[in-house]
Design a protein around this ligand. Structure first.
Ligand code: BYC
Length: 329
């Protein structure tokens, strides 16, 4: 599989700025070539990739939790099977991404320990509770919709293993988005109480999803470097705008109202204008003080502890297989 962990002995060498290695790296970035794990790369490039890819991996596995809570309460066998498949996909995305991060010389155990110690970030959006079945629709439609918007440009990221992982992830995310929209459509075509459930879910998820694209460009500390390196291709504000422009007509089709009294088409700009975003709320969620932040980490830590026997059994099995193969040889 294309994101298998690769060993890079010793890691990248430290090279003085302006060195021939750095000039060659910059030229490759300018030619839009992929950087691969064994290629020379500036330490800051490697570090920023580890930061972004590991945060992304953590978001996928923490993102399994709000939906995982609803598997036993899905309204039909079909919806249950679809939701289970989606949550399993997210676990898979986490695995591709941890494997991509490992190609940069970090260990998965260390990354997961940092998440469980509350030192690593994951997407702010997963600090919110999923209160009703309509939230499964809203998460798929809006959260996965925002994720696709953010992740399609990452398929062209300059770091090969991340870009290749993103291609597969985006294919799966588009199924996730469509299943969410399908849940919303079923509710909106249902009874008035079901439509109200869909509206209530939109009311609660809208602003956290708008925040999910990250701080405004003026406050985005990493964008300058990551855009120059071809990691990020489109800025936080531009992606947010694209998402809003694409989503407003979808809400109209559903017959739902976006909870923003300032939302208005601006013919001059050719975009929707929106009301002010509550950035204090965003930073509280990012800083571990969101409505479900503590519960999410506690659940992850418990899952890791309760799964220890599975990891031990898998390792014992692998050791036995290896011993058998050695004997046969
Ligand atoms: N939440 O300089 P900035 C999914 C942090 S999973 C938390 O703009 P950057 C799904 C940022 O890390 C989707 N923190 O940063 C899964 C930085 O802090 P540090 C997850 C955030 O990296 C299951 C600081 O704020 N997607 O879709 O240039 C079910 C300054 O920000 C957030 C990805 O991870 C946030 N929302 O841009 C359903 C995509 N935003 O690191 C769905 C990959 C910002 O200095 N990541 N921060 O401590 C990215 O594209 C970029 O990292 C971001 C942020 C756009 C998120």
């Amino acid at each position: 599989m294309y994101t298998q962990a690769m060993d890079i002995p010793g890691g990248p060498k430290a090279v003085a700025p302006g060195s021939p290695e750095e000039a060659a790296f910059n030229a490759r970035i300018a030619r839009d070539e992929k950087i691969e794990p064994r290629d020379w790369m500036p330490e800051a490039y490697r570090k920023t990739l580890v930061r972004q890819i590991s945060q992304h991996a953590h978001s996928e596995v923490v993102g399994m939790l709000p939906e995982g809570n609803w598997i036993t309460r899905a309204p039909s066998l079909k919806r249950k099977a679809i939701l289970m498949a989606k949550v399993q996909d997210e676990g898979g995305h986490g695995l591709y991404l941890y494997a991509a991060a490992e190609t940069l010389g970090v260990s998965r155990d260390d990354l997961i320990d940092a998440l469980h110690a509350g030192k690593a970030k994951y997407s702010s959006i997963f600090n919110y509770a999923a209160l009703s079945w309509a939230d499964m629709g809203a998460i798929g439609w809006l959260v996965d919709g925002a994720a696709i918007m953010n992740q399609i440009p990452l398929c062209r990221c300059s770091y090969g293993p991340y870009a290749r992982a993103m291609i597969r992830i985006c294919k799966e995310e588009s199924f996730h988005q469509r299943q969410g929209f399908d849940i919303m459509l079923a509710l909106c075509r249902g009874t008035p109480a079901q439509k109200q459930m869909a509206q209530d879910a939109l009311d609660r998820w809208w602003w956290p999803v708008v925040q999910m694209f990250g701080p405004p460009d003026a406050d985005s500390v990493h964008s300058g470097a990551t855009m120059a390196w071809g990691i990020k291709r489109i800025s936080n504000d531009d992606l947010r705008q694209k998402f809003i422009d694409a989503t407003v007509p979808q809400a109209e089709l559903l017959g739902l109202t976006i909870p923003d009294p300032h939302l208005k088409w601006n013919g001059e700009r050719g975009h929707y204008d929106i009301g002010p975003i509550d950035w204090d709320e965003f930073w509280r969620a990012v800083g571990g003080d969101g409505p479900c932040s503590r519960e999410r980490i506690a659940t992850r830590v418990r899952a890791q502890e309760e799964g220890a026997w599975v990891r031990e059994a898998a390792l014992a099995h692998a050791r036995k297989q290896a011993a058998r193969a050695r004997k046969a040889a």
